[in-house]
Design a protein around this ligand. Structure first.
Ligand SMILES: Cc1ncc(COP(=O)(O)O)c(C=O)c1O
Length: 473
């Protein structure tokens, strides 16, 4: 009965809206109650239906109005197809890792730590101080604020062993996040149509940046101890590549950290082939059982390009990173940055520097290590209990994610959809492979919100996996 009345009001108002100019105020609930002889609840139900159809919009405290953006016919953008022609490369669609989750979902898909894991007090105070300082009103150098460049150089210098010349502030170029550094390196040092060696699996954003730069990806298999040096040497020889992009510490997605001996072997291969290693140290601040060991600390001949990001550890809103490069490579990267964005906001650079130079920052990192450990172990336990078919090659010594292998016949798209329907977002592993996946994997973030719900989340994955396998049988 109530449904019929709602339908009657919706139909009546639709006819009225068709005639009304956009922006016309919709009669009040009281007027509609009287006009249709219906209860206020029924009228409000009808208004919600019209809202969902995009025909009206309510402006809180003002009233409800006929939507201004109505269009009588679908727009025709066909002319753009002719004007744009085919792209030189079809960029992969944005990763699942960047999706926003609804507040009630269990988000295990993201690439960022939850805000409760950030040093909120330090970040807010730093932003306030930066807003009061000179950097709020001036233009910084293209390469970055001298003090911040000195901080990045000094951090790497501290890890540099005796006998290796440490980097100087001049070698540092500040970036608006290391993603743009990847684009610059691929554009400026690899070049369109040229081969780039990458670990497989590897960071989806590197795959995206490579596609944008038109470079040709050559996968080199990599596991919990990094790539096999012989495989790497063969790939250099067969392809003539001059650059190898890798994550020696807490790799995204596997969480692997190369043992020191392996890092030395890889560096030898890179040197022997007159090539560059891009050492992407994205998770430097997320060590759990170990501390990050930049391979860049062992090179003073300009073979290693070191990317160090503060985005995830300081705040995604203070998006600052740096590349440390020596020689002509640094000049090429700097020129590319100038063309791309000229400089990075001095305000954000000053805020980032303020945060990482406060005494509280070290304390924060120590606390973070404990919190990440507790969350990682909780998710490992939850998986073991509810998804026993999921296999972890290793428990990652750092980073933000577990990389779990599922039975090969799992329909991953279906599993991802079923988990989402059950309120759990997961990262489908195929996104991290530069070519065909070598198995069926999912990536799960243990640094997201609500660790109390990890067991619930794992239970949903376990059920979805069981249903997946029944459907397949
Ligand atoms: C391996 C890796 N490199 C680079 C980035 C990009 O970092 P930024 O936020 O500093 O651009 C990410 C972000 O997830 C990452 O996982």
């Amino acid at each position: 009965m109530a449904n019929d009345s709602t339908g009657r009001i919706v139909a009546g108002l639709r006819a009225w809206i068709d005639q009304a100019p956009p922006g016309t105020r919709v009669p009040s609930t009281r007027a509609l109650t009287a006009e249709y002889g219906a209860s206020p609840v029924t009228v409000q139900k009808a208004m919600r239906a019209l809202n969902a159809l995009g025909l009206i919009e309510s402006r809180p405290g003002v009233g409800t109005f006929v939507r201004a953006t109505r269009s009588t016919r679908p727009p025709d953008y066909g002319w753009q197809t002719g004007a744009l022609r085919s792209p030189h490369a079809r960029l992969p669609a944005g990763s699942t890792a960047m999706r926003s989750a609804s507040p009630d979902a269990i988000g295990l898909h993201a690439g960022y730590p939850d805000r409760t894991l950030l040093a909120e007090r330090l970040v807010r105070a730093a932003l306030t101080r930066a807003a009061r300082g000179d950097t709020a009103l001036s233009r910084p150098d293209v390469a970055g604020l001298p003090e911040l460049r000195a901080w990045f150089a000094n951090e790497l210098a501290e890890a540099t062993p005796v006998g290796v010349t440490p980097p100087t502030p001049r070698d540092v170029v500040v970036l608006p996040g290391s993603q743009s550094g990847l684009s610059s390196i691929f554009r400026a040092l690899v070049g369109f149509g040229q081969p780039l060696l990458v670990e497989s699996p590897t960071y989806w954003g590197a795959i995206l940046a490579a596609a944008q730069a038109g470079v040709h990806l050559v996968p080199v298999p990599s596991g919990p101890t990094g790539p096999d040096p012989d495989d790497l040497a063969r790939a250099f020889e067969e392809t003539g590549a001059r650059v190898f992009y890798a994550q020696p510490n807490y790799a995204n997605p596997t969480g692997a950290q190369w043992p020191s001996g392996r890092a030395a072997q890889v560096l030898d291969v890179v040197r022997a082939h007159g090539a560059f290693l891009v050492d992407d140290d994205w998770a430097h601040d997320f060590g759990i059982d170990t501390t990050a060991r930049p391979v860049a600390a062992h090179d003073d001949a300009g073979h290693v390009l070191y990317l160090r990001s503060l985005t995830k550890s300081v705040s995604p809103a203070v998006r600052v990173a740096a590349v440390i490069a020596r020689g002509p490579a640094r000049e090429r990267i700097l020129a590319d940055r100038g063309a791309e964005s000229m400089y990075v906001s001095g305000l954000l650079q000053a805020a980032a520097l303020d945060v990482v130079t406060q005494p509280g920052w070290r304390t924060h990192l120590r606390t973070l290590r404990h919190e990440l450990r507790a969350r990682r172990d909780l998710l490992v336990d939850a998986l073991a209990e509810h998804v026993p078919q999921a296999h972890l090659d290793h428990v990652p010594p750092g980073g933000l994610h577990l990389w779990a292998r599922l039975p090969d016949d799992t329909d991953l798209d279906r599993l991802t959809r079923d988990c989402e329907a059950g309120g759990v977002l997961i990262g489908p592993g195929a996104e991290w492979f530069p070519a065909e996946p070598s198995g069926t994997f999912i990536r799960l973030n243990y640094s997201g919100p609500d660790p109390d719900r990890f067991h619930d989340g794992a239970r949903v994955i376990g059920r979805a996996l069981a249903a997946n396998r029944r459907a397949d049988a």
